[in-house]
Design a protein around this ligand. Structure first.
Ligand code: IMP
Length: 448
């Protein structure tokens, strides 16, 4: 077995050590080339991943990246919060662009909770109400849907395949109670505003029609999935577990409340997919060569100058889901090391090093000054703590050479190699993959 094949054999989990958007889509797409199963673990349409391959460029929110491999069966696990209309749109787009999607290669867990228009309206109204304390959510309704799952109410994928009359009854009850609540929220938000606005928040007929269309398309894919996954595991097949968001956005370990609602670390695998995380052979933490964040929250190394703008433009750092410009910062070792620990990753895939190609100096934050004391290891990223953190930088010499054509570590400029080895040393885990561009081929494997 060659190095590449060996790397992707077994149960491979792929997550993000930081705030998401590190390029998991590309890494998962490569992993899925050798996989029999790709299981999306968590998140919802708040996630966005870009895949660039022979079919073109795709921006997905829900569909697992293994959809391009004809031998792959793709699963949306119990833990994914599924917007059926978005999922239907993605299925149709893929079909229109020549990619086969059917009930044989896409399976949707009947136990997964649904995300509907009312969740998105609630997400938006709650953010409006928070005002300057807003979280900066993606407005995809994932938080409100997760809250409903915890409350044990709402509609699941299972409901979408009920006989039409039964589904309509459930839908009517649900939308009526949601409408009431949203009206209250909306009225509250508008207190003090002179002009009265349109009171109808949910257009029931349109929402019902969209839901029916979505269930026609995705209904055949909905069913039980656990046994299939366990059987594949027992047969020793290659399974890719595709996590969404990033470990620093974990609802328990992130900078609450500036967090997402499902667990983006390896711990999520056990809870959401039924595969025990102890059975994972490789837990890859995808890490970008600099830091980005979308939404609110603290970012000690944030760059608000021209360097930040240059990195944003060269790295095309605009949200896949929202289009928002991403906040940019220097690589932050204490944060990423914390993300690796709470995320449970054992190896690193470093992405987008080529974005730094033109810089003459690249700073790496290797510690913080907090109340006059130097701190390198952190056990919280609470706002009160992070706000006090003044980054201590170790400047690294830039390589100022194009690296997108490199296919081995040795082909990278010396300073680039040094940057990578420096990060590996600081992070304390093997850095086995380096990505120098969006194509599958622009990936360098390193022996651990
Ligand atoms: P929500 O998940 O839409 O509720 O947003 C909560 C926080 O997580 C916000 O800061 C979002 O910008 C962030 N977030 C959610 N999904 C992603 C993602 O896939 N990548 C990066 N940030 C995300």
């Amino acid at each position: 077995m060659g190095q590449k094949e060996a790397f992707w054999t077994g149960i491979i989990a792929i997550g993000d050590t930081s705030f998401g958007d590190s390029g998991k889509g590309k890494i998962t797409d490569i992993a899925a080339e050798s996989a029999h199963l790709t299981v999306r673990v968590n998140g919802g349409a708040n996630a966005g991943h870009t895949v660039f391959n022979k079919f073109g460029e795709f921006k997905f929110h829900l569909i697992p990246s293994g959809i391009f491999n004809p031998r792959n069966v793709n699963y949306l696990s119990n833990g994914v919060l599924i917007d059926p209309v978005r999922l239907k749109d993605e299925v149709i787009e893929l079909r229109e662009r020549g990619v086969e999607v059917n009930m044989l290669n896409l399976r949707v867990s009947e136990a997964a909770h649904g995300v509907f228009t009312w969740h998105k309206v609630k997400d938006r109204l709650q953010e409006e109400r928070r005002g300057k304390d807003r979280i900066g959510t993606t407005h995809q309704g994932v938080g409100p849907a997760a809250a409903q799952r915890t409350e044990r109410s709402g509609l699941r994928m299972k409901d979408l395949i009920l006989p039409e009359k039964k589904l309509k009854k459930k839908f009517d009850e649900e939308i009526a109670s949601q409408e009431q609540f949203l009206q209250l929220l909306s009225r509250d938000n508008k207190k003090g505003q002179k002009k009265k606005q349109k009171s109808e928040l949910l257009d029931r007929d349109t929402i019902w029609k969209e839901l029916r269309e979505a269930s026609d398309v995705i209904g055949p894919m909905i069913g039980k999935i656990n046994q299939d996954i366990w059987e594949a595991q027992d047969r020793g097949e290659n399974i890719v577990l595709e996590l969404a968001q990033g470990a620093l956005l974990d609802p328990f370990y992130g900078e609450y409340p500036y967090v997402t609602t499902t667990h983006p670390g390896i711990g999520g695998v056990t809870v959401y997919t039924g595969i025990n995380s102890r059975d994972i052979h490789r837990a890859i933490g995808v890490t970008k060569s600099y830091l980005t964040r979308v939404g609110e929250g603290t970012m000690p190394t944030e760059l608000t100058d021209g360097v930040g703008d240059a990195i944003r433009n060269r790295g095309k750092e605009f949200g896949t889901t929202t289009g928002r410009p991403r906040r940019i910062g220097w690589f932050d070792v204490p944060l990423v090391r914390y993300g690796i620990r709470v995320g449970g990753f054992d190896t690193i895939a470093l992405t987008k090093t080529d974005v730094l190609d033109e810089l003459d100096v690249i700073n790496v934050c290797t510690g913080y000054l907090i109340d006059g004391e130097e701190v390198t290891d952190i056990d919280t990223i609470d706002t009160d703590f992070l706000k006090k953190a003044e980054p201590i930088y170790t400047p690294k010499k830039g390589w100022q050479k194009e690296t997108t054509g490199a296919r081995s570590f040795e082909e990278l400029p010396k300073e680039n190699q040094e940057y990578i080895l420096f990060l590996q040393d600081e992070l304390g885990v093997p850095l086995q993959l380096v990505s120098v561009g969006p194509d599958r081929e622009q990936t360098i494997y390193r022996a651990s």
